[in-house]
Design a protein around this ligand. Structure first.
Ligand code: ADP
Ligand code: MG
Length: 369
């Protein structure tokens, strides 16, 4: 059935492709005037795109060549490592997957090379990338063999995706096996540190990519613990509802208990470069949610990103069509709703990029780049 739905959604070849980029979008991404784009075109040293009617447009891959040229000051400096961002929250339905995938897309449009690692056995991010977890994903496409101890490095599982600049490690229900494999390895070998399996497995990726984005299941599972231990930064999407707020507090309680038991007891520690709480699926007209939003701001203070992702039909519909707001060509929906959703995600990516750049700057300072 999923195969049939996908064929209906993605005709005619049933594979996805990234949207084309208009001159206005390209100028915005490069942070220059449209006239500067036209001027630079005359030099002929950057991809010239194609004419669609009387408007010029670029493929996503070609647009990224421009972006990397104009945004070089924002890109990863030499001899620094990829920044790993884990998107996590106890609960399902809080927009973890949507946030992870839009973040990966947004950062790649800003010129970064991204690895998206799907660690949720439900494979929602994998599905958004046009791959069917049940039919098209084998063990060797997932992190399962890393967790099982058959590989020490995750590189074996990395695949190209339809989106230029994003590579993908898929997930499928078989990844539930990690919840048995990791404790079993721990029992057999008390010196094994199950929580560091992924951290170690990302060594090669940290050299090959600029940013690693990890989508996690709605649980503090063995796999989620690995994703948090491997992370430089955490993004926690949080809708302003009382139950979601309460469960987010439980999440941090449990996680810090775990850290105490596993890590501090061994004289080690775990710190994050940044923790971002993202108000997601915000309904501006809902009075109850503005009360809870106040709790979130008071509870998480400066960790709350100064942007709210509005609850919009655009996001919901786009997901149903195997994509995010960045997959839709402009003008494919109500322009104002679309712009509001897209602007919010742009701002989210910008805020997170600033923190990534700060970590790189620190690395350069510490290790001399
Ligand atoms: P999680 O990964 O936390 O379970 P998802 O990202 O899968 O959450 O989102 C859950 C549902 O909410 C999906 O159907 C998604 O399309 C929808 N959704 C996510 N963000 C928004 C939004 N801003 N507005 C409306 N619907 C949203
Ligand atoms: Mg999800």
């Amino acid at each position: 059935m999923m195969g049939q739905i996908r064929e209906a959604m993605l005709p005619p070849s049933a594979t996805k492709c990234a949207p084309a980029v208009s001159a206005a979008q390209l100028a915005a991404l490069c942070n220059v005037d449209k006239s500067k784009i036209s001027y630079r075109l005359t030099r002929g040293d950057l991809p010239e795109g194609t004419m669609s009617g009387n408007r010029r447009e670029w493929s996503m891959a070609d647009a990224q060549v421009w972006v990397r040229e104009f945004r070089s000051a924002h890109l990863r400096p030499a001899n620094t490592a990829a920044i790993t961002i884990t998107v996590a929250n106890f609960k399902g339905g809080v927009a973890k997957t949507t946030s992870a995938v839009t973040l990966a897309q947004g950062l790649s449009m800003r010129g970064h090379k991204v690895l998206l690692l799907d660690l949720d056995p439900q494979g929602s991010a994998t599905t958004l990338f046009g791959v069917l977890p049940d039919a098209e994903v084998e063990q060797e496409d997932t992190a399962m063999l890393l967790f099982a101890g058959e590989h020490d490095d995750l590189s074996y599982a990395v695949r190209k995706s339809y989106w230029p600049g994003i590579d993908l490690v898929c997930a499928a229900p078989l990844l539930f096996g990690a919840e048995f494999a990791l404790p079993a390895r721990q029992t057999k070998d008390p010196g094994f540190e199950f929580w560091r399996c992924l951290d170690r497995g990302l060594d090669q990726a940290r050299a090959d990519y600029d940013v690693i984005v990890i989508d996690t299941p709605p649980a503090l599972s063995y796999v989620t613990i690995n994703a948090l231990m491997a992370a430089d930064g955490v993004l926690m999407p949080l809708p302003p509802s009382a139950l979601d707020f309460a469960s987010s507090a439980q999440f941090w309680d449990l996680f810090s208990d775990l850290c105490n038991q596993l890590i501090r007891s061994r004289g080690q520690d775990k710190t994050f470069e940044f923790i971002d709480v993202l108000l997601s699926r915000v309904e501006s007209t809902d009075a109850a949610s503005s009360v809870v939003r106040q709790w979130v701001l008071e509870g998480y203070t400066e960790k709350v990103l100064p942007i709210e992702i509005p609850k919009t039909a655009v996001t919901a519909t786009a997901a149903a069509e195997f994509g995010t707001v960045y997959d839709l060509p402009r003008g494919s929906m109500n322009a104002r709703t679309f712009a509001r959703a897209r602007d919010a995600y742009d701002r989210m990516c910008e805020l997170i990029e600033q923190q990534i750049e700060a970590v790189w700057a620190n690395q350069v300072e510490q290790f001399g780049g």
